[in-house]
Design a protein around this ligand. Structure first.
Ligand SMILES: *[C@@H]1O[C@H](CO)[C@@H](O)[C@H](O)[C@H]1NC(C)=O
Ligand SMILES: *[C@@H]1O[C@H](CO)[C@@H](O)[C@H](O)[C@H]1NC(C)=O
Ligand SMILES: *[C@@H]1O[C@H](CO)[C@@H](O)[C@H](O)[C@H]1NC(C)=O
Length: 438
């Protein structure tokens, strides 16, 4: 869901008193100016992150998968719990997993992203910050040692967790630019509280977390950076909201049962990869573009790869508008209504996924065009190539082959859907132990 970005100055005036810190009290007019400035800066950065040749990006991705299989075959194809030696079954995981010293070389991860978020480095050039305190008692002036303290710092940071913990956020947690949130080596649950929000920022990696049972935050004074704290309206209760942001990579996250969406990518966000994640128990899974009237979402480019869309999911995996979406090598084992859909002329390149339709005879179609006449959507470019269709699943394609956005010869074939159980085998948060292969 969309919500208002800017709040009425009168409320700011009433609340700004509570946010006193060593930086002093912000005036109401400063707050509005602050967010407008942030929006303008973020838009400029997003425009430069936009890839003018999205098909070339899809081809690079598919080539990387082919290359991995030509160098080695992983052999196994089953999905039950695996207790054998460490196996990395796709090119993102191959880049860092199964090295005994992963914990001494955490920043290697920053070289591993593929797809549209290519080049995302997160906190690579920063220090490590260790979260030792799971509490979140002061959202206006967070305490050193908490997750929130690290997330709002101005400098790049590589954030890790000292031990297993459940973090119940009192209000949405604002993540600032140039951060890696690295949950490896601990079981970290962001749960039963408010969401993660990535608003008007760039260059963030979120890795190896459990995010579930997120609820709307009531709103109030929340610090979003060391020198700014301001009034937030209620948060939606998404798992992760990516709002007006670019170069964001979400990898190996287990997500379920949030109040709104699991991941929303909205307001002109671009250069996004969501990979190796496991989604369960949820209705509206992912929203890429929140409004048919927000044409700035044309720059949106998202790669969705090696994810497992599992038990208890209903629809929107994702629901797309405006932008360019590469949906590649994902495993769709459960949906109740549809898997991939949208409105407002999004380009959807579906390659090498496995789609297993539910028993419901009215829900076998993978795709759904929302509120649009066929005379209009017949021109939208929605392509299925190498997808494995099971249990009667079918994908309705559209888009003329002479369209300026698409020509078949431009596309390199993906690894086919028959490889998906292998490629997605270790989706979701991993149980990594320091000193052992992950
Ligand atoms: C391929 O597999 C062999 C044996 O399992 C391993 O030693 C080698 O490092 C692998 N090669 C690549 C490129 O991963
Ligand atoms: C993030 O890092 C880049 C590269 O070092 C830098 O240019 C940029 O200003 C940083 N962003 C913020 C908001 O500090
Ligand atoms: C079957 O799918 C249709 C279309 O999504 C839906 O409207 C209907 O509620 C489903 N029926 C059941 C029993 O789930």
């Amino acid at each position: 869901m969309e919500r208002t970005t800017f709040i009425k100055p009168i409320y700011l005036f009433l609340f700004s008193i509570i946010c006193i810190s060593s930086f002093g009290i912000l005036e109401a007019s400063d707050d509005e100016y602050y967010w407008k400035t942030r929006a303008v800066q973020a838009q400029m950065i997003a425009k430069s992150a936009y890839d003018p040749k999205p098909h070339a990006a899809t081809n690079r991705f598919n080539k990387a998968v082919h290359k991995m299989f030509s160098s080695n075959s992983t052999g196994r194809n089953l999905k039950e719990k695996y207790n054998g030696p460490c196996l990395a079954t796709n090119p993102i995981d191959r880049c860092w997993r199964c090295r005994k010293n992963w914990a001494n070389d955490r920043k290697r991860l920053a070289k591993c992203v593929k797809g549209f978020a290519h080049g995302t480095t997160g906190g690579l050039h920063g220090a490590f910050y260790v979260v030792t305190d799971p509490s979140d008692n002061d959202v206006a002036n967070p305490k050193y040692g908490t997750f929130r303290w690290g997330a709002i710092q101005a400098k790049p940071l590589w954030i890790v967790f000292a031990r297993d913990m459940i973090i119940i956020l009192k209000q949405e947690l604002m993540i600032s630019s140039n951060k890696t949130i690295d949950g490896r080596g601990a079981q970290v649950h962001i749960a039963h509280g408010a969401q993660l929000t990535i608003q008007f920022v760039h260059n963030v990696i979120i890795h190896n977390l459990h995010i579930h049972d997120i609820k709307p935050g009531g709103g109030g004074m929340v610090r979003d950076s060391v020198d700014h704290c301001g009034l937030r309206t209620m948060s939606d209760g998404d798992g992760i909201t990516i709002f007006g942001s670019s170069n964001i990579w979400v990898d190996h996250i287990s997500m379920s049962n949030c109040a709104d969406g699991l991941i929303d990518v909205i307001q002109g966000s671009t250069a996004i990869t969501i990979s190796n994640s496991h989604f369960t128990r949820h209705n509206d899974v992912m929203l890429f573009g929140a409004s048919d009237s927000y044409s700035d979402d044309q720059i949106m480019q998202v790669t969705l790869a090696f994810n497992h869309f599992g038990r208890g999911l209903v629809q929107r995996m994702p629901r797309c508008r405006w932008g360019f979406f590469h949906v590649v090598n994902n495993d769709y084992t459960h949906w109740l209504m549809y898997a991939v859909g949208g409105s407002k002329n999004p380009t959807i390149i579906s390659q090498g996924n496995r789609y297993i339709a539910p028993p419901n005879l009215s829900a076998k179609e993978v795709t759904k065009r929302e509120y649009t006449e066929v005379g209009i959507w017949k021109n939208w470019i929605w392509r299925s190539q190498g997808d494995l269709m099971q249990n009667g699943a079918f994908f309705i394609q559209s888009g003329g082959k002479n369209s300026r956005h698409f020509s078949k010869s431009d596309l390199i074939k993906s690894k086919p859907g028959t490889f998906v159980t292998r490629l997605t085998r270790f989706s979701g948060a991993l149980n990594c132990h320091v000193g052992k292969k992950c």
